[in-house]
Design a protein around this ligand. Structure first.
Ligand SMILES: C[S@@+](CC[C@H](N)C(=O)[O-])C[C@H]1O[C@@H](n2cnc3c(N)ncnc32)[C@H](O)[C@@H]1O
Length: 212
């Protein structure tokens, strides 16, 4: 498996009108990993489905998409454009193992990121009892423990992540890699360089895990 690849940076879909956050990941990334790690007819799972990039690409490649998205507006917008709309569940992905989902062949996501200096934990929609970076990392570990339960044996689980610059730098790639390695086996760290990318976003990183 390569540890450095170059993919075109071209966004193929507009975000919904209610969305203030831009879409950042181009379709070329899920397209590459889904083709690399699955065959047509296999299941592809995104535990943080967001605006559906992974699921739309999976469906267009004749894989069977499944996902979880906690935000009801994003859930409705994505499900409304999927043939397999009933496979997208509006829930907390910490419940992944309790939702009656089938065993998955492959998982790919860009999870919510958190900076080390922030208090607001994006995995809990801002529950102040769960503030802080340590709580975020613990919850990500817990979520992947649950995700692992619905993955087929030896299935690949890819997590796209970036470090976060700032006055205090957040080494999110290292920290998520360490947290999730407590539940999964880290197999590779792939640097993805964008061809034709933006000046402020030249590359990203994909951590490739296998379940045990
Ligand atoms: C960076 S986006 C995901 C991008 C997505 N993987 C794609 O292909 O477009 C992260 C998403 O995770 C959702 N989210 C945050 N906490 C969650 C949780 N505990 N369970 C499920 N979804 C969650 C957010 O609402 C957000 O839409």
């Amino acid at each position: 498996m390569k540890n450095f690849i170059t993919l075109p940076y071209k966004l193929e879909r507009d975000p919904p009108p209610f969305e203030t956050n831009e879409i950042k990941t181009p379709e070329s990334l899920p397209r590459y990993f889904i083709k690399e790690f699955t065959r047509p007819g296999q299941t592809v799972f995104d535990p943080f489905a967001g605006l559906g990039t992974t699921l739309f690409v999976a469906e267009s490649l004749k894989r069977i998409p499944y996902g979880i998205e906690a935000d009801p507006r994003r859930h409705a917008w994505v499900a409304g454009q999927m043939d397999n709309w009933m496979n997208l569940i509006c829930a907390d992905s910490a419940r992944a193992a309790t939702l009656g989902l089938p065993r998955m062949d492959f998982s790919l996501t860009a999870p919510p990121f958190m900076a080390i200096t922030h208090k607001w934990n994006p995995l809990y929609g801002g529950d102040s009892a769960k503030d802080g970076y340590d709580s975020y990392l613990k919850r990500m570990r817990h979520i992947y423990k649950q995700v692992n339960k619905i993955m087929k044996r030896k299935a690949r689980i890819v997590v796209q992540v970036d470090n976060i610059p700032g006055r205090r730098f957040t080494p999110l790639i290292r920290d998520l890699s360490n947290a999730l390695s407590k539940e999964l086996t880290l197999e590779n760290e792939i640097t993805v360089a964008w061809r034709g990318g933006r000046d402020d976003y030249r590359h990203t990183t994909c951590l490739v895990f296998r379940n045990n």
